[in-house]
Design a protein around this ligand. Structure first.
Ligand SMILES: Nc1ncnc2c1ncn2[C@@H]1O[C@H](COP(=O)(O)OP(=O)(O)OP(=O)(O)O)[C@@H](O)[C@H]1O
Ligand SMILES: [Mg+2]
Length: 504
């Protein structure tokens, strides 16, 4: 535990930090103190300024005003490499490694070991292997980084931090694309680094992870410092209140109405649909006006089911029936023509066009469906975009702002808007609330229920079972790539876990 007493000196102290981008004040009076041997959670809503603070600390951006002091010395790193040289290593929200270099090259990028005038590849691979071994990872370090899943890429980023004997390790939403087991593995590594005296700063929107790991919490709101607390002194409702500036926790989501569509004919129906290695033959009915939740643990087949439904993969048994007629969905384009839309799970690589404006990003799918000869009139584009910025609370200067300038969570909301804008009859949402803050999670779920109320069929996939329970009229439970059964609205998380365990 950190010696967070009055007389203990912080390892790192940021104070009075101001940063504006053209037209946007990202930080005004933000601050942070880190002690050696602590895990510190930096919390705040989407757009609060967390990533910006981290980018100032690590030399990606220059600050407008404020002080940064490391071990009593003022610092002003001008690049991530320079920050790393003085002991601050970072795993950014967006993957910042080079997919086309090998694992070892990524770990030592900018600092290749040399023998005479040549790069010493053997030494580099050997050292990389040893570093990863400290993280319990045994992989071929000469392979391209892109050959490995995100969890491994993240460990590689941490290995890079270790290789420069960092004093401060910063992780911006490191767990947003990891499964439960990978999260546990990452946490074990972070706990060990804490014991070795490293100061770890991490950002997450999973509140349970905050309490599982962190010693202290700092909250930012609208770019301002709200407060700093020992984690045990800031229970979850108080944390949420500090983040959103009001008692949000008290307002529970109006629970989903009982399955009104129950008994009515299914609009979209999977009959016996399966594919070897992906999903055992499965029946699933999706009705207009109903949210069907898909619950299941890691590897249960949730995403695979969505992919088979949306034409990303072809089933080798069964078929999709639309209003009772079997239809082969040869491609996602065909699925879109049938009135489907899908927000995919992997959005970092699949979706955001950073250089296009928020408006252009939102109308992209709708425009694609209309074809290039029938351009959506600009006033119509603006009306749509403005509407979604309002309903989903997308924090942006205006709709002509480039998407790349939005905070991570706001980019995700805009991506959801893109699919909502197509006005689908069936909306497939794979992890729609990843990376969005607690308040926005509720807003998104409210919006999903509203759309279902207007007659849309929704397939809602989330690893957070409490969300599935809150938003679904009916829940299909998967395990080991097989549907175990269905539960009605009003069932509890426990009911779902029971069903999963019973059939183990
Ligand atoms: N390069 C940039 N140009 C213009 N505005 C920016 C830029 N980077 C960030 N901003 C703005 O600064 C504010 C803070 O963004 P930041 O990314 O720090 O938020 P965050 O707390 O990390 O949010 P999230 O939880 O969504 O990741 C936002 O309003 C964002 O749009
Ligand atoms: Mg961020």
């Amino acid at each position: 535990m950190p010696p967070a007493t009055a007389d203990a000196r912080p390892l790192l102290e940021l104070g009075g930090i101001h940063k504006s981008f053209t037209g946007v004040r990202a930080l005004s009076g933000a601050g942070l103190r880190l002690f050696p041997g602590e895990v510190h959670a930096l919390m705040g809503q989407n757009g609060a300024g967390k990533s910006t603070l981290i980018k100032l600390l690590t030399g990606v951006h220059a600050l407008d005003a404020g002080t940064m002091v490391l071990e009593g010395q003022p610092i002003a790193p001008r690049s991530p490499l320079e920050a790393q040289r003085i002991g601050i290593s970072t795993v950014y929200q967006e993957v910042n490694l080079c997919p086309n270099l090998s694992v070892a090259e990524n770990i030592f990028a900018g600092r290749y070991p040399r023998k005479a005038w040549r790069i010493d590849w053997a030494a580099m691979n050997r050292d990389a292997k040893a570093l990863l071994a400290r993280l319990n990872l045994d992989i071929d370090v000469s392979r391209l980084l892109s050959a490995y899943p995100v969890a491994v890429q993240q460990m590689v980023a941490i290995a890079r931090a270790l290789s420069v004997s960092a004093k401060v390790l910063v992780l911006d939403e490191p767990t947003s694309s990891l499964d439960e087991e990978e999260v546990q593995r990452l946490f074990a590594v972070l706990r060990r680094l804490r014991e070795e005296g490293m100061a770890i700063l991490f950002v997450t929107h999973f509140l349970d992870q905050v309490y599982a790991l962190s010693d202290r919490i700092t909250v930012l709101r609208n770019g301002e410092f709200v407060g700093e607390w020992p984690a045990q002194d800031l229970p979850e409702p108080a944390l949420i209140a500090a983040m959103v500036g009001r008692e949000l926790a008290a307002r529970r989501l109006a629970s989903a109405p009982p399955g009104e569509a129950e008994g009515s004919e299914a609009e979209f129906e999977l009959r016996d649909v399966g594919r070897k290695g992906m999903l055992q033959p499965t029946d699933l009915a999706l009705r207009a006006g109903e949210v069907l939740g898909l619950a299941g643990l890691l590897g249960s087949g949730r995403t695979e089911l969505a992919q088979l439904l949306f034409g990303l993969r072809q089933p080798d048994t069964g078929a999709l029936h639309v209003w009772g007629r079997p239809i082969r969905v040869a491609s996602p384009a065909a699925a879109v023509r049938l009135g489907m839309a899908m927000l995919p799970e992997d959005r970092k690589t699949d979706g955001i066009v950073a250089g296009l404006s928020v408006r252009e990003n939102i109308v992209l799918a709708l425009q694609a469906r209309r074809g290039m000869w029938s351009r959506l009139p600009l006033p119509e584009q603006s009306r749509l975009a403005e509407g979604f910025v309002q309903t989903l609370g997308i924090k942006t200067a205006d709709i002509d702002t480039p998407m790349g300038q939005l905070s991570g969570g706001n980019q995700q909301k805009a991506l959801l808007a893109r699919w909502l804008a197509t006005g689908p009859r069936l909306l497939i949402l794979d992890e729609p609330t990843r990376g969005v803050d607690v308040a926005a999670k509720q807003e998104i779920m409210d919006e999903i229920l509203r759309l279902a109320g207007e007659g849309m069929a929704v397939l809602f996939i989330s690893s957070e079972i409490d969300e599935v329970v809150r938003v679904s009229h009916r829940i299909a439970v998967l395990r080991d790539r097989r549907k175990l059964g269905e539960l009605p609205a009003g069932c509890t998380e426990q009911d779902i876990y029971h069903l999963i365990a019973e059939q183990a």
